[in-house]
Design a binder for this molecule. Structure first.
Ligand code: DC
Length: 207
């Protein structure tokens, strides 16, 4: 049986952590769709034309080192503006969403474009300052040399590009449940997401 949980939201809101925990809780498969755009962004930085890179993307491209860096995140956000790149990645995401046994997909447009029929939709967000602080601490822990103001400026730049592009912009689906993680720790955010999905499933069962 197919059951899709769509989890959208801006960078560093906690989508990844929440999505992995929700998938583990329900025994569903998980796809981090940002990784598809990051893999295409990586190839663009290596000199490959991004539309071609998206059309020729292979599963092993998602496993290469260094896809999580800030530079690759910005490159991903730039290639994600191109409608042809988004179109090339569509079928794979849709097939994953409707696979047997349930799926959690996290990204920017899962509830709005990739899977508008998803059984449960969440929009995970947090203030730009809180998200930049988290990203800054992650970068420092990983040994990067940067400062908070730079990370905050990059966070705002990426939010703006993701939310204002013409094709599949970042925005909550009309029927998405909002989870603001600004004041929540990981456990509380995961618990909120699981209860939101359970509430949605019960509503659907009742009918
Ligand atoms: O979630 P992330 O930070 O790994 O995503 C990197 C970029 O990829 C993000 O800035 C915009 C793009 N993206 C997208 O346009 N649509 C998605 N479903 C996922 C990511």
């Amino acid at each position: 049986m197919a059951f899709t949980i769509a989890i959208d939201g801006p960078a560093a809101a906690g989508k990844g952590t929440i999505s992995r925990a929700v998938a583990a809780h329900f025994g569903f498969a998980h796809l981090d769709t940002g990784l598809l755009y990051r893999a295409v962004g990586r190839k663009m930085l290596d000199g490959v034309e991004p539309i071609l890179a998206a059309q020729q993307l292979r599963p092993e491209d998602l496993g290469v080192d260094g896809l999580r860096t800030a530079a690759v995140g910005q490159a991903a956000s730039r290639v994600a503006v191109l409608p042809e790149v988004r179109a090339a990645l569509l079928d794979f995401q849709r097939a994953f969403a409707r696979r047997d046994g349930g799926a959690v997909l996290d990204g920017r447009d899962i509830g709005t474009v990739i899977c508008p029929e998803a059984e449960a939709k969440l929009f995970v967000t947090a203030s730009a300052e809180v998200r930049a602080r988290r990203r800054y601490e992650e970068l420092l822990a990983g040994g990067a040399v940067t400062d908070f103001e730079t990370v905050l400026a990059e966070t705002r730049e990426r939010d703006h590009r993701d939310a204002t592009r013409a094709d599949a912009p970042l925005k909550p689906a009309a029927d998405a449940l909002m989870i603001d993680t600004s004041e929540l720790d990981v456990e509380a955010a995961v618990a909120a997401a699981i209860s939101a999905v359970e509430a949605r499933s019960l509503e659907r069962l009742k009918g």
